[in-house]
Design a protein around this ligand. Sequence first.
Ligand SMILES: [Zn+2]
Length: 468
Amino acid sequence: MNYEVVIGLETHVELSTESKIFCSCGGHSAAKEPNDCVCPACSGMPGMLPVMNKRVVELAVTAGLMLNCEISRYTTFDKKNYYYPDLPCAYQITQLNHPICTNGLVSVGKRDIRIKQIHMEEDAGKLVHEGKFSFVDFNRTSVPLIEIVTQPDFRSAEEVVSYLTKLKSMFRSGGISECEEGAMRCDINISVRPEGSEEYGVRTEIKNMSSLEAIEKAIRYESQRHIDAIEFETEELVQETRRFDDVSGKTFAMRNKETEADYRYFPDANIMPIIIDDEWLEQIKSAKPVAIDEKAEAYRNAGISEKEIEMLIGNFKISKLLDDVIALGCNAKDSAAWILTDCAGILRKGGLLLNDLDITPEALSTIIKQVETGKINRAAGRKVLIAVIEDKADPTEFIKKNSLDAKLDENAINAVIEKVIAANEAAVADYKSGKEKALQAIFGSCMRELKGAGDPAVIKSLLEKKLK
Ligand SMILES: [Zn+2]
């Protein structure tokens, strides 16, 4: 019999805010040492009260808008009670009754994935085990998260991986989360059923997965385990929580799945309900970055290649630089090449990555425009770019100082051409006897002699004239 795998995801994403969700401590990425970013509120001291971080609401709403959700105008927080040493209040503040976003939709290839809800919550801390001792680090307690819950709409590991890849790109390009290692974690709900069946099978949950590779492996292993259990009665499937072991490539039972009642949820009376009025919603909407599909489409229409689009969409900083340069009047396709090829190449030589790029849109657009209008040639433009990136040079001054924009008159160019022709008798003879390729060598010598000054098209036409 053929089986169909049915998957739903709960994805936790750490938000890029400057402070935690209910206090003014810096996010845990700001921490250098364990328990660096901790105050009485986020370490659960008696009498301390949570104060809502407005930015968290705005980022959660932005994520909801990107995933085509309905935005709740009235949203509240609840306490989820359980004891764990890295949870100092013995409850987590989360949203159960009135989550911030509901009923979204995102397409992954040909499949539409329905988003059940997005809610805001705080992260827990971290336990560090060393030998006989265990330590608790509260840097991560109260770091803001959104949890995105989908309906069971995935039918393969590939769909899950493309969905997560899309979320990452979206959230990075939207400044919602950097989604770096560990900042995006998934719980995978999985069951199988005979193809064509409408009923759901026994569901297990694989907890706390972050690498895409491991997620793919875990789904393959777990769905096969379900199929074997049904087909060959190898074991009895029970609803439970499991963990994936990367080394053995297998999943193991952790505990029976808790139900909502186990957590004794109740409304958190310390946090007032949050009302999102029209004005605030409009503000968030107008600041919302263009959705990823629209942005990719705009780049595509501007003639930017698919490979370049992929690099841009996944990088908020770089795509913003490109958008700014385009807004300053530069050609989109050229500008993308300047950033992704030229800038990246210069940085790579210095052992740096594109993300280390430190150039203002104004400086970059000055260089691109000088080249676009033929004031300097591309090779000279690259020289300016190196000086700007490596030595923080001012592009206009650098061009002037190095006479890169010297509008060479025809006489000056002709003088150089004559000199080159005299020095390259063999190549000239070759060209005159019909070897077209020889022209390129002579032209190259002229360019070297002119040290990058002058318009290559003009130089070439003068050279051809001279040779005829
Ligand atoms: Zn704090």
